[in-house]
Design a protein around this ligand. Sequence first.
Ligand code: DX5
Ligand code: ZN
Length: 220
Amino acid sequence: PNTPLICPSILASDFAKLGEEIRALEAAGADWIHVDVMDGHFVPNITIGPDVVKALRPHTRLPFDVHLMVAPVDPWIEAYHAAGADILTVHPESGPHLHRTLGRIRQLGAKAGIVLNPGTPLSILEEVVEMVDLVLLMSVNPGFGGQSFIPSTLKKIERARAILDAAGSSAHLQIDGGVTALNAGACVAAGADALVAGTAVFKGGPDAYAANIAAIKAAK
Ligand code: DX5
Ligand code: ZN
C-alpha cells in the first residue's frame, strides 16, 4: 500500500504555544494539520473556535483539516472556512440535512468531509459519496484524545474502501482516534490513506515529532 498522509491532531499540543507547535509539525513532516473543534454539546469537551483557527493560519502553509464536532453545525461552516479551513468535516448527526451541508461546504470552495462515529452505520456514505472529498472513520468515540483504537474499525475501513472504489471516488479515507505506529500499518492495509494522530505524534515533545511522524508513516 501507499504511504499515508499524516494529520497530527493539535488537540494533543501545548495550547499555550499553538503557533510554535504548528510550525514544529510542518518542519517534522506533517501533511495536514487536524483541528478538533468541540462544542461541549455534541461532544463533552470544548476546544477551538474560528478566531483561533484564523490566528494560526499564517503559521503554516499546510492544509487545515477541520473536524467539526459541533451541533448544529450549519451556522459555523462559513466562519471556519473564512478563518482558513481547507477541509471541513461534519458528522451526519450534527444537522438535519447532511446533503445540503456538504453542498454548502463545496459551494464555498472548501473540501467536504463526512465523519462517522464508531456506532454510525457506513451505509449513509452511499447516499452522499459523490459529494465528499474525504471520509473520516472514528476509531474512538469523539471528545478526547488519548483513547484506545477500537479494533472493529479495521473491517469498517475495508467496507468504506469498497464503497469508494465502487463509486469511482478519489475521496481520502482518513482514520481518527488511538492511531499509533502499532496499528497504522493495518489501517493502511485495510484501505486508509490519511491518519490522524494526537498522542502518538506529540509524545516525547517537539524533538520527537519528526521521528514519531516517520514511524507512523512507515508502519507496516
Ligand atoms: C477525538 C479527536 C481526535 C483525537 C485524536 O475526538 O477527534 O482527533 O484528538 O487523538 P489521539 O490520537 O490521542 O487518539
Ligand atoms: Zn478529530
